[in-house]
Every structure is written in C-alpha cells, then in structure tokens.
Design a protein around this ligand. Structure first.
Ligand code: HPA
Length: 278
C-alpha cells in the first residue's frame, strides 16, 4: 500500500535522506519544528490526505531535516477527531510517515493534570492510556487477510524508549513524570465529575489527542513515545480557573523549552534503539 503523500515528500527529500523518527507537535511546541536543521518545509495543502488543522496555534507544515543529528520528519500541527473528521483522520499521515522509513514516532500534546502534585509547567511521559472517546481509528480497518485488525495495546508506549527519555531527563535536571493519559474527544473540556472519574480510574492527565495517533503508529509498525506538556489542573481542581484554548496555548510555553531540550537530547539514543544498536 502506498500513500500518495509519501511520493510527494520523497520527491522533495535530499538525496540519501531517510527519516528515522517522526514527530507530531501539539499546542505550543511548533517552535521545535523551526529547530529542525536545514529543513525542507512542505505545507499540508500539498500533501494528499493531510487535513489542514483548523485550530489556532496548530500550524500545518511538514518539516524534513535533522534534530539532535537524527534525520526526522516533523509534523507541525495535527488534525483532531473533534474537528469533525473521523477518529482515523491521521491515518494517511501516519501511514506515510511509516512508508518514508520512520520506525519510531514521538507524539506531543498539551494536557490537563489529574494530580495536584503535577502542576502546570510539568512534563509527563505517557506510560499507558485510557480511551474515553468511545471510538478508535481501527474500526472498519482491514488487515492483510481482509478481516478486522485485533491489535494488542500492551506496552504501546515503548518501555525501552521510556527508559532513554527518563535517563535524558535526569541528565538535564528535568522532573519528568510518567503516567496514564485519558483521551476525551473534546472540543469541550471535561466536567469536574468526569475529572474525578478519570482520576479514580487511574488516569494522571487528560487531553483531546495523541491516543488515535499512537494506535495508528502501532498499526503501521512504529514504536511510540508520547509526552504531555501540562498546562492546567483538570476542571474543578483549581476552582478559580476557567479553562480555555487561550489558556492552553499561553501555558504551553512554560514547559515547551524543557520538552524541546528533552526531545533533542533523547533522539539520538532513541534512533540507536530503533536501529537495534542498543
Ligand atoms: N482537558 C483536555 N484537554 C486539555 C486540557 C484539559 O484540561 N488542557 C489542555 N488540553
């Protein structure tokens, strides 16, 4: 199976360039795409199957180049289920990233915290998720035998890659939390009762993205790492605070610089793991 967008990207790729890691940058992390060295930038409008994000602050360009010395393809902005597309809205993009050669993917998001001890400005690496959206992007998908794809979700957020980023964080004096991300559809924020329920069920952060992309990445054979940039406490946990997209974008700046350093610092070891060299 070939994605038409992969052919468009390949035609623009410098000779001998094969991306090893893909990154999808969420709210407030766009500047990381600008850190990609000697980048070739392609607008999503030129990439069949890449929907233009309609959310302010979410970009809409693909960047090819090097980050931390690793050849990467970086998506500045993503489309979300809540924008009215199906939960498989990112399927063509993720399939293309795998087809271009990426064996691993790093997903980032802005998220609300379910733990008062993990305040805004904190970084959380996902070690699992709970899907509260009531759907997933593989519904209706067909495997090679024409039947449904019964895919295990165990260790979706790769253990070896998590160890790498935990070590990188320690070396950079970054307090990196690990926890369970709960996917709500959005675009509404959760109710305080939903936040209490998510906490009781074992969640540590809530957000409106990432889970469908992680599932799709596994579907296309990529190892996954994912990070939440905590922008607020969950609804009702900070009674004087009204949640808004503006607040998310504004607060995302706090953790963005540390997350940027963490990713750049850990990418070389992640690439080595993906090559089977560690
Ligand atoms: N809930 C869902 N998504 C979010 C939040 C939140 O509190 N903060 C940033 N993205």
């Amino acid at each position: 199976m070939t994605e038409p967008s992969a052919a468009v990207v390949r035609a623009r790729m410098p000779t001998g360039f094969v991306p090893e890691i893909a990154l999808i940058l969420g709210s407030g992390l766009g500047p990381l795409a600008d850190a990609v060295a000697e980048a070739v930038v392609i607008p999503y409008a030129k990439l069949p199957g890449f929907p233009q994000p309609s959310v302010p602050g979410h970009g809409g360009t693909l960047h090819l180049g090097h980050l931390g010395g690793v050849p990467v393809v970086c998506l500045k902005g993503r489309a979300h289920f809540y924008e009215g597309h199906g939960s498989g809205v990112m399927r063509p993009a993720i399939a293309a990233l795998a087809e271009l050669g990426c064996r691993g993917i790093v997903l980032t998001n802005a998220a609300g915290s379910l733990d008062a001890d993990m305040p805004p400005g904190s970084l959380m690496m996902l070690n699992d998720h709970i899907n509260f959206a009531g759907t997933n992007p593989l519904i209706g998908d067909r495997g090679p035998d024409g039947g449904p794809i019964f895919l295990p979700m165990t260790d979706l957020y790769d253990r070896g890659i998590r160890e790498i980023f935990a070590e990188t964080a320690a070396g950079q004096d970054i307090d990196l939390f690990q926890g369970v991300y709960v996917w709500f559809t959005g675009p509404i924020f959760e109710t305080p009762a939903e936040i209490r329920a998510a906490r009781i069920l074992g969640g540590h952060a809530v957000g409106m993205s990432t889970v469908p992309e992680a599932i799709l990445a596994r579907r296309y054979g990529m190892k996954v790492a994912a990070f939440s940039n905590i922008t607020n406490l969950g609804a009702g946990m900070a009674p004087d605070e009204t949640l808004s997209h503006h607040l998310t974008i504004d607060r995302a700046r706090i953790g963005a610089a540390a997350l940027q350093n963490l990713l750049i610092g850990g990418l070389p070891a992640m690439a080595a793991l993906l090559r089977g060299q560690s």
